[in-house]
Design a protein around this ligand. Structure first.
Ligand SMILES: [Zn+2]
Ligand SMILES: [Zn+2]
Length: 128
């Protein structure tokens, strides 16, 4: 049984996401990956990121009007988004894990997920 090229690419992209601790965007993950694997294309990185999300290996943090960010920390947690620099930070608070159970949606609405995103200005941007 041989390991396919796709599998190798996917695992090295996963390693890259795990090495970046600031919720990188796809662009940042691509730039980090090509440093060590100059032949990898942007399309390959983007495609594999989406596959890793589908497989539950990483999380996608969606930002309204901004680029998607990726997160290797799989435990349910909330994020803070800095609207000055576009950075994503982990919130230091217990996650509202029972949110889905407590939610009473519109009738017959199939609730699938709930993402809480706090918005504000990060300390780096406030110091400027
Ligand atoms: Zn900021
Ligand atoms: Zn996070």
């Amino acid at each position: 049984m041989s390991i396919s090229r796709n599998t190798i690419q996917r695992s090295l992209i996963l390693q890259t996401v795990r090495s970046l601790h600031h919720h990188p965007t796809a662009e940042e993950i691509y730039r980090e990956t090509v440093k060590y694997h100059p032949n990898i294309s942007k399309a390959t990185v983007y495609r594999n990121l989406n596959l890793l999300v589908q497989q539950g290996e990483i999380l996608k943090v969606e930002v309204p009007d901004g680029a998607d960010h990726f997160d290797f920390k799989l435990q349910y947690h909330h994020h803070a988004y800095c609207h000055k620099c576009g950075s994503i930070y982990d919130m230091e608070m217990p996650a509202l894990e029972d949110m889905m159970e407590r939610a009473k949606g519109p009738q017959d609405f199939l609730l699938e997920e709930c993402n809480i995103l706090f918005r504000g200005v990060c300390s780096k941007c406030r110091q400027k």
